[in-house]
Design a protein around this ligand. Structure first.
Ligand SMILES: *Cc1c(COP(=O)(O)O)cnc(C)c1O
Length: 384
């Protein structure tokens, strides 16, 4: 790994690689030795960083990687990742050649796609995973007829191999299992129709891997919970595994001022000091993923919760401090400080969204510091 140790700003993300390893070991203990793990590292590994997460996952027991798009897989290949990588989203048939040449496995759900892709494939065969839409309503074939057509078309070409068949649950993160039960049943029926069972059969995202023993098949697609997060609030206290969040987000007080009653803070002058107050400025804003709706939420300073006051700007925001903390004081936006912690889930609740979105939203320009065994091991700065 190229180590880029330089950055010159007082806001950063820390990623605890031991936590990623721990979470993979936890799920491995749940699913047993005969089920493999595909680590889902799409979207910059949910904001945690493609390469360090991919490497850690593979070193911790994952055998496969999954991304959403071919370009993400190509990036991993360029960085020297040789493990099998599958693309979960739709790809263009014209890109079948570059995928095959780079040993990138693609998602396919129509015979026509296979027909159109074949002329683009040269030497190495393309490995495909047939996607079944059993109730998610996103991508995938629905009928046994469509499945048979793909099987027959693939069988006509040496350059196409069916490596897997899979589906995706819409409600595996809910306690009511009925809809997911129906999906699992439809998936089983489709598999039964296959003439030749492919090496990989998969259905489980994190939620199903944690909550549905009947859905493991040969490999699970482990995303959000690899990062130590619950797939939903609804099942958060029912998880059979102890997960450790890997990501924390920090900033630093870069300016401190005492304001008088009535003084205003930030754009629109929406905040007015009620009395004499200590206001600190943080070099983090909506362009970092710390969006304007964070106004009114809290951060941790000196182990205490303090409010974000006034509008969040593109690159800065202000906090009201209980005392005169000096410039240079560390502020935690997500993570632990002394006895308290602000969890991603709490931020997500405040924003009326899900933890996935909060992690993915942390911008590329925020440097990432990676640690192992509590020691900082390297820094990734996307701007270098
Ligand atoms: C993103 C994704 C996953 C991972 O889901 P998590 O809930 O993060 O575990 C699995 N399968 C598909 C098809 C996906 O798009």
């Amino acid at each position: 790994m190229e180590s880029r140790n330089e950055f010159h700003r007082d806001t950063w993300v820390e990623v605890d690689l031991d936590a990623i390893q721990h979470n993979i070991q936890q799920i491995a203990g749940q699913i047993g030795l005969d089920v493999a793990i595909m680590a889902v590292v799409k979207a910059n590994a949910y904001g945690h960083g493609y390469l360090p997460v991919a490497r850690t996952a593979l070193a911790s027991g994952a055998t496969h990687l999954a991304v959403a798009f071919i370009d993400e897989a190509l990036f991993l290949r360029k960085q020297g990742i040789t493990a099998p990588i599958m693309v979960l989203g739709a790809s263009r048939p014209e890109d079948a050649g570059i995928a095959a040449a780079n040993e990138i496995q693609l998602t396919v759900y129509s015979k026509e796609w296979v027909v159109q892709a074949v002329p683009h494939i040269q030497n190495k065969p393309l490995l495909i995973h047939v996607k079944c839409d059993t109730g998610m309503g996103r991508i995938g074939l629905k009928t046994a007829d469509e499945l048979r057509e793909i099987e027959q078309e693939a069988a006509r070409h040496d350059t196409i191999k069916i490596e897997g068949i899979y589906t995706h649950f819409a409600t595996a993160d809910e306690t009511d299992t009925r809809y997911a039960d129906e999906q699992a049943e439809r998936f089983r029926k489709l598999i039964d129709h296959m003439k030749v069972k492919p090496p990989l059969i998969h259905a489980s995202n994190s939620a199903a891997a944690l909550m549905r023993r009947d859905s493991f098949f040969s490999i699970i697609r482990f995303g959000i919970s690899m990062y130590g997060l619950s797939p939903s609030n609804e099942i958060a206290d029912k998880l059979p595994a102890r997960l450790t969040p890997a990501l924390s987000f920090h900033s630093t007080v870069v300016h401190v001022k005492k304001v008088e009653p009535g003084e205003k803070i930030s754009y629109g002058s929406t905040y007015e000091a009620a009395g004499q107050e200590w206001i600190g400025t943080l070099p983090v804003g909506y362009a970092d993923g710390w969006i304007r709706k964070m106004q009114g939420f809290e951060v941790l300073i000196d182990g205490k919760r303090v409010p974000i006051v006034g509008r969040v700007c593109m690159d800065q925001c202000m906090i009201r401090m209980p005392e005169n903390y000096p410039v240079g004081t560390k502020v935690t936006l997500i993570g632990r400080q002394n006895g308290d912690a602000i969890l991603i889930d709490e931020v997500a609740d405040h924003l009326e969204t899900i933890n996935y979105e909060v992690a993915c939203a942390i911008a590329a320009r925020v440097p990432r510091i990676y640690s192992k065994k509590n020691k900082s091991v390297f820094v990734l700065n996307s701007l270098n």
